[in-house]
Ligand binder design. Structure first.
Ligand code: C2G
Length: 456
């Protein structure tokens, strides 16, 4: 008798799960299905789990394919189970290709093609729907989005769009996802929501087109280069009744929310100053360094350093000053922004060609918060006081590279689970677009000055 084993969460049981189990059963005579516990899913970084374990087991049972259902509750259990049950074949969907190759020393490992397109009509009724997401732009971030998305319950990445055929083909070869190169409308027809990860200058256009077509939008920063554009997009989203979210991933990290809550709790007294720094030396040939119109350090990292200021001091800044150091191409390799409020101030430093200490320091009348690099992934921060021995340490949970938290928030908002927006409000995003607009004007002025100096 040939024994097959497969594992999964099987949350919001759908066609993709059904087909996987059907084909798993066809690989042998006896199918064992391991259903994960909430605790194990939490430990392996799955977010957004909806159904309790009893429901998930019941849904697997109802398919009739499982000869035996077991519980998976710890790392390393797969090897134990394979030996314990005398398993011949381990199988799982192709979204895990390569991941379980280490099991080949114990049995055959088969990756079955995952179901790319889960039609929403076949999803069970109820409050939660599997959100079908399409990716616009298949550059560097798209594969990261894809690998993080598989840890978020309730969504399925169905397809991608990139008008550039080479890039589309490379992505398709790597991921198996259908990639549209010409027909944007057809791409939109396939999905309920889009994630925009295309070049910066195309974000506004794609966000507008997707919203107009009635799709929810998660857009990489910057969503827009001007305050007005940003306002118009949020207005359009409201009119269409769709979710629009700017993908400033720090805003959605549980640790960052905790840091802001601690700062506002009174522990450090009245908050007077925020200093935030984010630098990452980029490849000299990269878009960030070379593209003097839409690259540069502020467009890359500005949103991260603006976020804590806007969260803590609000959207009503009184004065903004921006200084940039430009490279030969006229691009800002380093930018500093000073933001003044009625009774507080903030500084942000960002660089793609200058390296600095990536700290976040929030200073108050009774103490300060220090979050060292990478504070934008918020895994660790301290509350410090005058007495140097008085240090409170916080180590919030953080799994993956942060993208799954924003995908989770996006999915929950689409399903109306979280109607109250507080992680990054439209007003906050619009206020950040206002500073981005000032930066863009300032950089163009500096570029002009530089050209004039060179001419003289
Ligand atoms: N699946 C699929 N098509 C989809 C979605 C999922 O074929 N559109 C497959 C997955 O590849 C997996 C199974 O359905 O084989 C269950 O998926 P999940 O519930 O998302 O569980 P997963 O996180 O993939 O768990 O130990 C757990 C395993 O590592 C896999």
């Amino acid at each position: 008798m040939k024994k097959v084993i497969t594992y999964g969460t099987y949350d919001l049981f759908h066609e993709g799960h059904y087909k996987l189990l059907k084909r798993a059963k066809e690989l042998g005579d006896y199918l064992i299905v391991g259903v994960t516990t909430e605790h194990f899913d939490e430990a392996r970084g799955k977010v957004n789990l909806v159904d309790p374990i009893m429901t998930r087991i019941e849904n697997v049972r109802k398919t009739g394919f499982a000869d035996e259902i077991i519980i998976e509750d710890h790392e390393g259990q797969k090897v134990e189970d394979i030996q314990k049950y005398g398993v011949d074949v381990f199988t799982v969907g192709s979204d895990w290709t390569g991941h379980f190759d280490y099991l080949r020393q114990f049995c055959d490992v088969v990756y079955l093609e995952r179901t790319p397109d889960i039609s929403s009509t076949e999803i069970r009724d109820g409050r939660y729907k599997i959100v079908r997401i399409g990716i616009i732009g298949t550059g560097r971030i798209a594969p990261r989005f894809l690998s993080e998305a598989k840890y978020v319950s309730g969504i399925n990445v169905d397809c991608a769009y990139n008008p550039e055929e080479d890039s589309a083909k490379a992505f398709h070869d790597k991921t198996d996802l259908p990639v549209y190169t010409r027909d944007f409308d057809k791409f939109l027809d396939m999905v309920d929501a889009v994630y925009i990860a295309s070049p910066n200058e195309t974000h506004t256009m794609y966000a507008k087109e997707a919203l107009e077509a009635g799709k929810h939008v998660l857009c990489e920063k910057p969503l827009a280069f001007t305050k007005l554009e940003s306002q118009d997009l949020y207005k359009l989203a409201e009119e269409k009744g769709k979710v629009l979210m700017e993908a400033v991933k720090t805003a959605y990290c549980p640790g960052f929310t905790q840091l802001i809550n601690v700062a506002e709790s009174g522990k450090i007294g009245d908050i007077v100053d925020v200093e935030a720094c984010f630098t990452r030396l980029a490849n000299p040939d990269s878009r960030e360094v070379v593209d003097a119109n839409f690259g540069g350090s502020f467009l890359e990292f500005g949103a991260y350093v603006m976020l804590p200021m806007i969260k803590l001091f609000g959207t009503d800044y009184k004065n903004v000053e921006i200084e940039s150091i430009l490279n030969e191409a006229g691009n800002d390799v380093y930018t500093k922004v000073h933001v003044l409020y009625d009774s507080a101030m903030a500084t942000g430093k960002v660089g793609v060609g200058v390296k600095s200490e990536g700290n976040l320091v929030i200073s108050g009348t009774k103490g300060y918060i220090l979050a060292p690099s990478p504070w934008w992934l918020t895994k660790y921060f301290e509350v410090r006081h005058e007495d140097v021995n008085d240090i409170e340490v916080y180590k919030p949970d953080f799994i993956g590279d942060g993208i799954r938290y924003e995908i989770s928030e996006f999915t929950q908002k689409i399903n109306g689970v979280k109607d109250r927006v507080y992680k990054l409000t439209a007003e906050e995003a619009i206020a950040m677009a206002g500073i981005t607009e000032m930066f863009m004007k300032n950089r163009v002025d500096l570029q002009r000055k530089k050209r004039e100096e060179n001419a003289n």
